[in-house]
Design a protein around this ligand. Structure first.
Ligand code: ATP
Ligand code: MG
Length: 249
């Protein structure tokens, strides 16, 4: 858990869904789903394509109102999507600055900006535009943008899936590093089971639509994780099995 520097207020950063169901017209997408995410916890959602993961994140962000059930989010929520969320007409520093708009003290704001640029190691690219960066660099700016300022909860929908394998590995480490420095509650959606077991405090496997939580796995192993650790390998196998993807019996 990334709770080291979480605020004293126990419930800030908490997410709670109670018996949430959702459908589009006649199509049932989520069936009575209940879920509590603790402050500072990193929960990963995996499940078959079209089962309702993005719908669930949209409900958590308040973008969608569920057909029934209650949603409680304590704190400021920021969302990262798979696609580039940067403004193409703004530079790297201006994009990150969008996350700092609420900070009125100019000096503090500049300090914060420089610290974030340092964290993502893009100091020398601060005046570049997104199209002048690689996909991995753009996604690092995106991470800095959402982690800037005082947000409490990050919702991430396949944030690294458009990147190549090596960049994806690096982004995983980058995210874990940023969360150590600046703890947040995170709900992270991925199709990449390796990514799930490397990052998660808890993995929730969703069933095909209409989605319910079919399995829940806690992974108690410090990050950065060795992919060959017993806890990591065991979780990996259990998830594959739950998704019906296991190769060996
Ligand atoms: N705005 C919409 N109107 C009607 N149906 C929708 C809408 N958005 C999603 N759906 C349907 O709801 C179901 C769940 O979609 P959702 O995008 O939540 O799945 P997902 O788990 O995120 O899939 P993927 O892994 O492919 O991203 C799908 O069957 C989809 O067709
Ligand atoms: Mg989706």
């Amino acid at each position: 858990m990334f709770v080291g520097a979480m605020k004293d207020n126990q419930t800030t950063g908490q997410l709670r869904l109670e018996r949430v169901a959702h459908g589009y017209n006649e199509v049932a997408v989520l069936q009575e789903l209940s879920l509590t995410v603790r402050p500072g916890e990193l929960v990963v959602l995996v499940g078959p394509s079209g089962c309702g993961k993005t719908t669930l994140l949209n409900i958590l962000s308040g973008f969608l109102t569920p057909s029934s059930g209650t949603v409680q989010t304590e704190g400021l929520v920021r969302t990262v999507y798979q696609q580039d969320g940067l403004f193409p007409w703004l530079t790297v520093r201006e994009n990150i600055g969008m996350g700092l708009r609420a900070m009125k003290d100019k000096k503090r704001r500049e300090q914060e900006l420089q610290e974030l640029l340092d964290l993502i190691n893009l100091q020398s690219f601060q005046d570049h535009y997104p199209h002048q960066l690689s996909g991995g660099m753009r996604q690092r700016v995106e991470l800095a943008r959402v982690i800037a300022g005082d947000s409490d909860i990050l919702l991430m929908d396949e944030p690294f899936s458009a990147l190549d394998y090596q960049t994806r590995l690096r982004m995983r480490q980058e995210l874990a590093f940023l969360l150590e420095k600046r703890p947040r509650t995170v709900v992270f959606v991925t199709h990449d089971i390796e990514e799930a077991v490397q990052l998660a405090d808890r993995v929730l496997v969703l069933s095909p639509r209409p989605a319910r939580i079919s399995k829940e796995l806690s992974i108690d192993s410090p990050r950065p994780r060795n992919p060959t650790d017993d806890a990591v390998v065991e979780a990996f196998k259990a998830i594959l099995e739950e998704l019906g993807l296991q190769i060996h019996r």
